[in-house]
Design a protein around this ligand. Structure first.
Ligand code: ASP
Length: 444
């Protein structure tokens, strides 16, 4: 294989039908440096279509209860057979499907969901391998993950060695061999992780992640009219933004690339002429403007605890966190005062256990006051450009004040690349518009 190839991953919408397969082939063959391709299972062809992965989950669910799974299975078979026929492929996909069906029929109750669902990526990679005339390598034989779902340095070396023995490879995304030798899928959207692992293993010059949008936008287009694209965003910034709701890439796909400073280029299979967004190491020259992006999420709750002399009490915070941990509730932020502490959690996580949590706080910590405020939205304004700049916060709060938006929580990380504020759910859209307008441009 060539040195420092381009590794590509094509997502479900890029694999949805024969027409999309053709676009993928054109893209891949248009640059000889593209030598390793990971693919998803066929996704939706239109808004109300079904993803093959979802159909496979349905097959597993039905078969594990000993019921007839022929309907969802038939839909799956039709999709693959249709693609193969349209592209004139010879791979005996009908035989593969029949083997899979028989295996599910025989072992349906004991087969893991991972195995059944992984067949989506497996078959789509088989077809694409033939269509490109490239070598197929099964991810189960290639990628080993440990009990923490990570590839070890030896694991990376093995992948690199295997792939250097050939020229061009097609690999199914989404699954690997786990520490006990079984097939295991990653979490949903996990083909992104496969691509990132392969990029690391072969020291890719770039990891191209092909999807159905031309990269990231500076704000949610449902809220801001025609927001500007984000040409470059650092690994750190993207973590902050995607945590706050801007989702195009699986968050676990950053680390393998970051470890080797491999840029990730988000591209659009339907508009290959667009440059997309590059996610890479922080570079001063790429930082234009104070703010790189604005993202957020609604529906958080804030547990507010007030107790005189709290700051003198040892282990107060640890005990609060312990109570949340005991109920399996992850916390998002914990802005503190001298005698008060607020813990922000996802409302959906808190509600089922709210009474028990409050009782435990009362009992163990004997606060003066404890209250829960719901309907909180968090908005993150992110950008390396804000670091060390005077007056950024003043501008941000000024913009909100002018619109009469009251800020309920303020949290600026010490890294200064992120200002998170909490506002009422009802003010969420207006908050994002106000910040965008202040730092990026006029309202469209
Ligand atoms: N097909 C899988 C999913 O739908 C994995 C992927 O597409 O990345 O989640």
């Amino acid at each position: 294989m060539i040195q420092n190839p381009i590794v590509c991953k094509f997502g479900g919408s890029s694999m949805a039908d024969a027409g999309q397969f053709r676009k993928v082939r054109d893209i891949v063959l248009s640059d000889p440096r593209r030598a390793v391709v990971a693919v998803s299972a066929p996704g939706k062809r239109s808004r109300d279509d079904v993803k093959l992965t979802d159909l496979l989950y349905a097959v597993h669910e039905t078969a594990s209860r000993g019921l007839d799974f022929s309907e969802p299975f038939g839909m799956i078979a039709d999709r693959y057979l249709g693609i193969a026929a349209d592209l004139g492929l010879k791979t005996d996909i009908a035989r593969d499907l029949e083997e899979i069906r028989k295996k599910i029929l025989a072992d349906g109750k004991s087969l893991s969901a991972s195995w059944v669902v992984s067949r989506g990526e497996y078959l789509s990679a088989r077809l694409m391998a033939e269509f490109l005339g490239w070598e197929f390598v099964d991810a189960f034989d290639l990628i080993e993950i440990n009990s923490l779902h990570r590839v070890t340095p030896e694991g990376y070396a093995k992948i690199g060695e295997r792939l250097r023995r050939g020229e061009r490879f097609l690999v199914p995304g989404f699954y690997a061999r786990n520490a006990v030798g079984e097939l295991e899928t990653f979490s949903r959207g996990g083909s992104d992780i496969t691509g990132a692992i392969l990029a690391n293993a072969v020291d890719a010059s770039v990891y191209e992640n092909w999807t159905d949008v031309s990269g990231l936008l500076m704000a949610d287009p449902r809220i801001v009219d025609d927001p500007r694209p984000m040409p470059y965003v650092s690994y750190r910034e993207i973590r902050e933004l995607s945590y706050s709701g801007a989702n195009v890439l699986h968050d676990e796909s950053i680390a393998p690339c970051k470890a080797k400073s491999i840029p990730i280029n988000i591209r659009n299979t339907n508009r290959p002429q667009d440059p997309g967004t590059v996610i890479g190491p922080h570079r001063k020259e790429e930082t234009n403007g104070l703010v790189t992006g604005i993202a957020g999420r609604r529906n958080f709750s804030m547990i507010y605890i007030d107790k005189d002399m709290m700051n003198k009490e040892r282990g107060f915070g640890a005990r609060v966190m312990g109570i949340l941990e005991g109920h399996g509730i992850p916390f998002e932020h914990a802005p503190t005062g001298i005698d008060s502490m607020s813990i922000i959690v996802d409302t959906a996580h808190l509600k089922p256990a709210q009474n028990e949590v409050l009782e435990a706080i009362e009992r163990q910590l004997q606060p003066d006051k404890v209250r829960v405020f719901d309907e909180l939205a968090l908005v993150a304004t992110v950008g390396h450009g804000m670091t060390g700049q005077v007056g950024v916060a003043a501008r941000l709060f000024g913009a909100l004040a002018r619109r009469g938006i009251s800020v309920r929580v303020i949290d600026q990380g010490s890294s200064e690349i992120n200002i998170i504020i909490g506002v009422d759910n009802a003010d969420y859209d207006e908050t994002i518009r106000a910040i965008y307008e202040e730092f990026v441009g006029e309202r469209g």
